[in-house]
Design a protein. Structure first.
Lengths: 111, 114
């Protein structure tokens, strides 16, 4: 059983719209949650990290965490073609445990 | 601050050979993790080192090994290479403090086994 699940996509969103990416995790005690963006042929880059229930905003990005339902999401407002990439969700149970990655969701922003 | 650096960036080896990859973390980061990324399997965790000690290990055969030096630089070694070891190997350095933690990836080493 996978520990971090993501819809592989591709998710196609029109330019200027809101892109919504979802992730569920199996370990209820997980404490740290991350969203990474990975362009083709590049390494993942950290977009957001979130630790507490609720929303965390950074520019056009909002991460949402619901520990009771064991899901974390990423919203991208005013989507741009440059947002087209694979988005990886990652979860860490504790500060001494490994970070587990989902398989990623491919996002395509169509002009 | 300089980012995570990995050497070499590209490598071609033949089956049965061994390879050593190097990673220098961001200054001040004491934890280094290694990942293997392939189109079919995604990003798979290999191992994590913290202060020269292996803290976590993924589900890879013993041909995959690593170590960390006192300056936090890390190396990973793959012995008796197989075709299936062709992948992008990513190193990431990690830091945490209070409620803050973050992990940054290096550019990766792309290994091709022929």
């Amino acid at each position: 059983q996978k520990e971090v699940e993501q819809n592989s996509g591709p998710l196609s969103v029109p330019e200027g719209a809101i892109a919504s990416l979802n992730c569920t995790y199996s370990d209820r005690g997980s404490q740290s949650f991350f969203w990474y963006r990975q362009y083709s042929g590049k390494s993942p880059e950290l977009i957001m990290s979130i630790y507490s229930n609720g929303d965390k905003e950074d520019g056009r990005f909002t991460a949402q965490l619901n520990k009771a339902s064991q899901y974390v999401s990423l919203l991208i407002r005013d989507s741009q073609p440059s947002d087209s990439a694979t988005y990886l969700c990652a979860v860490r149970y504790s500060s001494a445990s490994k970070i587990i990655f989902g398989s990623g969701t491919r996002l395509s922003i169509r002009p | 601050k300089a980012g995570v650096t990995q050497t070499p960036r590209y490598l071609i080896k033949t089956r049965g050979q061994q390879v050593t990859l190097s990673c220098s973390p961001i200054s001040g980061h004491r934890s280094v993790s290694w990942y293997q990324q392939t189109p079919g399997q995604g990003l798979q965790f290999l191992f994590e080192y913290f202060s020269e000690t292996q803290r976590n290990k993924g589900n890879f055969p013993g041909r995959f090994s690593g170590r960390q030096f006192s300056n936090s630089r890390s190396e990973m070694n793959v012995s008796t290479l197989e075709l299936g070891d062709s992948a992008l190997y990513l190193c990431a350095s990690y830091t945490s403090g209070g409620s803050f933690e973050t992990q940054y990836f290096g550019p990766g080493t792309r290994l091709l086994v022929l």
